[in-house]
Design a protein around this ligand. Structure first.
Ligand code: GLA
Ligand code: ZN
Length: 698
């Protein structure tokens, strides 16, 4: 076969034609588009306007099952082909979405038991979306059929470059299914995990409350009973539900790899959810694709009574990006849906401030994204998301952010693919362990203790400028980092303990807090003094562990961590050092004067145990002091509310400086830089406007 006869995928062709960026991939600066919801008479105009806007691609069809398969086994892709052709004519490439998140009414009428059962045992109803059981074989078969028909139809279609499988797995009103199919699936999964019933009974401790199973078919799912479920069963059920969704995706992925070998494949999800293990979800996909709605998240937090939690919101958003990058070991990711206007189903989030939509785009790139798709092109005039604003308003006039998003797209093209596909620079890692999140939700220990809250507040505390943090799983080798943070590492496997041990031995700093190593992987409490497997590394024994309610406690710091006393918000672990140095002690009650923070030298490194739940200011001071001790330095000194990250390719570096504040801020530059966005030569004190961005290069 001659080289000329090998047809590269469209995205690879565009890359090949780009001299000087050998490591780069496709340029994905696009928009989520719904030809299925748009009169056909407007398709041409849409495509022309998108091309004029500078967009390179769209994502389409992910909710169009009813149009593509109007009756079982009858397929109609003619309309979709016409749409793809028009887009292609205007040089807009297409990412196709498989439609399994919204099966049509004929399907649910005929196969009603594909519908999910919630955690109370109530069956949901069709009529919304994401109401399906991930285990149900009929649903899986029909999902695979429609996806396969799509794939066969479009594998050779010019303009089609890749796939999004389904849409936001698990993000429905009930995030897990508890139906009979899931029960049977769970039992099969348990059989392969445990081998024998004896092993399972031992691992869960089913002798408690007379739950010894004598046949796999007796094993229940954690639906309401007269008392709480066995914690081992409950944890395994969360693992099973994550697995069921991932294996559902895998069926479509295997098919797409065979049928569309020249296309990339991904799926979209939201960063900070713990109902599906993102590392498993994306493991076999080409890259992570992530949906980002900062304003909507803000509104959601307010609805949940967390009004005014702007630090929590901004940390969560930055963390979501770092997670998206880290999910595939630092590989550049894409934003599949970026908020472009007022967002919400029944209520509106505010219109992003002037400059914010462009700022969010740069935040994604700053944290390692290679592409951004905006949600959505036009704004629906019907359906459950009429309030979700796009780039065009309901009357197709320009939305308030139209011009700035257009500007951002133009600028990113000018910056070029080299930066979009460059590496993200990091010295620190934050462990985000789904097992800990699940196990702690099952038994929080304190009704307000939540793993995700701890992760977000630690993330916010580690670096004021949100610089250089990977968000990693417990299975990762730690040797690349100077410092690793692992709050509430409640479930600790032997392998993870061994990795932490060798990291500290080799010279790393490991920082953790209360509830360390309490549980084994099967959710039994360890039979050794706490912190269990890491007691020698930490150089402490936990003498007692005490949730905080009305009897308050406080913490006083040694000179190494000097600062005002902290209250202990939710928790105190009372520590007994065995070789570790004491860096803080409790101030009140029976344990006044006893150690509250310790630092142990172990091998060439240090292990720090923070026994009490610190208030925000103290946590930030303590974690930043420890980072300093570990040799981590922010790339630039910046005022609060300014974010700084660094990307790198070869010996080129890009420093992103993002002002999330409503007023201009100034920063002192340690050397001479050029702002690549406007060519300005900069030294000394520079300004960054409200919601402004600078991309600096030395
Ligand atoms: C999600 C979904 C989209 C759309 C937007 C706005 O992230 O993936 O289909 O619903 O939110 O609601
Ligand atoms: Zn189910």
């Amino acid at each position: 076969m001659s080289a000329a006869s090998i047809r590269l995928p469209l995205w690879a062709q565009t890359v090949a034609s780009l001299a000087g960026a050998p490591a780069a991939g496709p340029l994905l600066l696009g928009v989520d588009y719904y030809p299925d919801q748009t009169p056909e008479a407007l398709w041409e105009e849409d495509a022309r306007m998108m091309a004029d806007f500078g967009f390179t691609n769209v994502r389409i069809a992910e909710f169009a099952w009813a149009l593509m398969e109007p009756a079982e086994g009858k397929f109609d892709f003619a309309w979709l082909r016409r749409s793809v052709d028009i887009l292609h004519k205007h040089n807009i490439a297409v990412i196709l979405g498989t439609p399994s998140a919204a099966p049509p009414p004929w399907l649910t009428a005929k196969y009603p038991d594909i519908v999910e059962v919630n955690e109370k045992g109530e069956r949901l109803h069709p009529g919304g979306r994401r109401f399906t059981c991930p285990t149900n074989q009929v649903y899986r078969r029909l999902s695979l059929i429609i996806a396969s028909e799509m794939a066969r139809t479009f594998t050779e279609t010019p303009g089609v470059i890749g796939w999004q499988i389904d849409n936001e797995f698990t993000l429905g009103s009930s995030q897990r299914c508890y139906c009979n199919y899931c029960q049977a699936g769970f039992q099969t999964w348990l059989r392969s995990r445990y081998g024998t019933l004896d092993n399972l009974n031992q691992s869960w401790g089913t002798v408690f409350w007379s739950q010894t199973y004598t046949d796999f078919s007796q094993i229940p799912v954690p639906l309401p009973s007269g008392g709480d479920p066995n914690p081992g069963l409950a944890l395994d059920y969360d693992r099973y539900q994550s697995y069921a969704n991932v294996s559902f995706q895998q069926e479509q992925l295997d098919m797409l790899r065979k049928t569309c070998p020249r296309h990339f494949v991904t799926t979209n999800n939201v960063g900070l959810v713990d109902t599906i293990n993102m590392r498993d979800l994306y493991e076999k996909l080409d890259f992570t694709a992530f949906d980002n709605y900062p304003g909507f998240f803000d509104m959601l937090m307010a609805q949940q009574g967390r009004m005014g939690s702007s630090a929590f919101v901004s940390s969560s958003i930055a963390l979501g990006h770092d997670l998206a990058r880290s999910v595939k070991g630092g590989k550049p990711f894409m934003i599949m849906e970026e908020q472009s206007g007022k967002a919400g189903q029944k209520t509106f989030s505010p219109q992003p401030e002037k400059g914010q939509a462009r700022l969010w785009t740069y935040q994604a790139i700053a944290h390692g994204a290679m592409g951004v798709n905006y949600f959505r092109w036009d704004t629906a005039t019907f359906g459950a998301e009429e309030y979700w604003h796009g780039i065009l308003n309901h009357d197709r006039s320009k939305s308030p952010a139209f011009d700035e998003i257009k500007q951002g797209v133009r600028e990113l093209k000018a910056l070029g693919r080299e930066v979009l596909y460059s590496n993200y620079v990091t010295d620190a890692a934050l462990v985000f362990d789904y097992d800990c999140s699940w196990a702690l939700a099952i038994q929080p220990g304190h009704f307000r203790l939540a793993y995700l809250d701890q992760i977000v507040s630690w993330y916010g505390a580690i670096s004021a400028s949100r610089s250089g943090i990977d968000v990693i799983g417990p299975e990762i080798d730690l040797s690349a980092y100077k410092i690793v943070f692992a709050p509430v590492a409640y479930v600790m496997s032997e392998k993870q303990a061994a990795r932490i041990r060798s990291f500290v031995q080799g010279g790393g700093m490991f920082v953790t807090n209360f509830r360390l190593g309490v549980k084994t992987e099967t959710s039994q409490i360890v039979r050794t003094p706490l912190p269990g497997l890491l007691r020698d590394v930490m150089g402490v024994t936990v003498e007692d562990y005490i949730p905080v309610y009305s009897a308050k406690n406080g913490m006083k710091f040694s000179p190494a961590l000097a600062g005002p006393d902290s209250e202990c918000v939710l928790w105190t672990d009372i520590l007994q050092p065995a070789g570790a140095e004491v860096l803080a002690s409790y101030t009140m009650g029976a344990h006044a004067g006893q150690p509250a923070i310790t630092m142990n030298s172990f091998g060439k490194g240090k292990a720090v145990y923070i026994g009490g739940d610190l208030n925000e200011a103290s946590l930030a001071r303590v974690l930043r002091t420890l980072s300093g001790m570990a040799g981590v330095k922010p790339p630039l000194e910046v005022p609060a509310g300014v974010e700084v990250t660094v990307r790198k390719a070869g010996n080129k570096q890009w420093i992103f400086v993002l002002n999330h504040g409503a007023s201009s801020q100034s920063v002192n530059l340690p050397a001479a830089f050029v702002d690549l966005l406007n060519g300005e030569k900069l030294t000394g004190k520079i300004d960054i406007g409200a919601y402004g961005v600078r991309v600096l290069q030395a």
